[in-house]
Write a protein that binds this ligand. Structure first.
Ligand code: GLP
Length: 243
């Protein structure tokens, strides 16, 4: 795994954008695997700025997102589809018909997972952006998830519900389940960038880069990916820099 340590969040976002721009420029029809959470917002701001200033076009780009809360859809401002539109899609020229995410309100959840897996098989990510949970989760693959997993429904870990409750009015409003791409779907991506900032991610970053490869730390599987770059600020790199 390549590791890039930056002085702060803005530099992390700028480095991530450099890699994203290379992918989009090399292939205007690229499949971008995108993530939610506060970490990639700076990257998305850079993409929007560059689109407005330099006209970089996303007209033929396809986007696939990692995960969605079960029970939420575009009508909820806490849903990930809403997040993506607010933070990126509504500000660039991507065709919304080319943006894909699990349907959190699907009546038949198993069929929805199968649909998304089939879709991903034909739309392999040219690049996958990832954040990381404080417990080492990627997308919503919580500790203990099989490395062979594909899109499935998860019961969210208590620590994740607590971490993510800051974005809801109260912890009771955080959905307890979600749809998520599995670890195999993520590992299938041709290129991966993992972003992490802040000291509360330092332990997870250590597990990602230097820990044992174990299903107890889902992100550790990324050590086996042939083209994975971690871009993190000094605070998140604290434990890997010391080791
Ligand atoms: C959620 C998302 C993950 C994300 C994580 C970290 O659980 N499902 O994809 O990486 O939060 O979020 P943040 O970037 O806000 O720290």
């Amino acid at each position: 795994m390549k590791v890039v340590i930056t002085k702060d969040y803005n530099e992390m976002s700028a480095k991530a954008f450099e890699i994203m721009k290379e992918v989009v420029t090399a292939n205007p029809c690229a499949v971008l695997g995108l993530a939610t959470g506060s970490t990639p917002i700076g990257l998305y701001k850079e993409m929007i700025r560059d689109h407005k200033e330099n006209g970089t076009s996303y007209k033929s780009i396809r986007a696939v997102n990692l995960d969605e809360y079960k029970g939420l859809d575009i009508t909820s401002d806490q849903s990930y589809v809403y997040f993506m539109r607010e933070n990126l899609f509504n500000h660039i020229d991507i065709d919304l018909a080319n943006t894909h995410i699990e349907n959190g309100k699907a009546e038949d959840a198993e069929a929805e997972c199968a649909r998304y897996n089939a879709f991903l098989a034909n739309n392999v990510q040219d690049i996958q952006v990832l954040g990381i949970g404080s417990n080492g989760h990627i997308a919503f693959n919580e500790p203990g998830t099989s490395f062979d997993s594909v899109t499935h429904i998860v019961d969210l870990a208590e620590s994740t519900i607590k971490d993510n409750s800051r974005l809801f009015k109260s912890i009771d409003e955080v959905p307890r389940q979600a749809f998520t791409m599995g670890l195999k779907n993520i590992m299938d991506a041709k290129k991966i960038i993992v972003l992490a900032n802040g000291e509360n991610k330092a332990k997870a970053v250590f597990g990602l880069v230097k820990g044992e490869i174990t299903e107890n730390v889902p992100a550790s599987i990324l050590q086996n990916h042939p083209d994975c770059t971690l871009i993190c600020d000094e605070a998140a790199a604290k434990l890997i820099a010391e080791a």
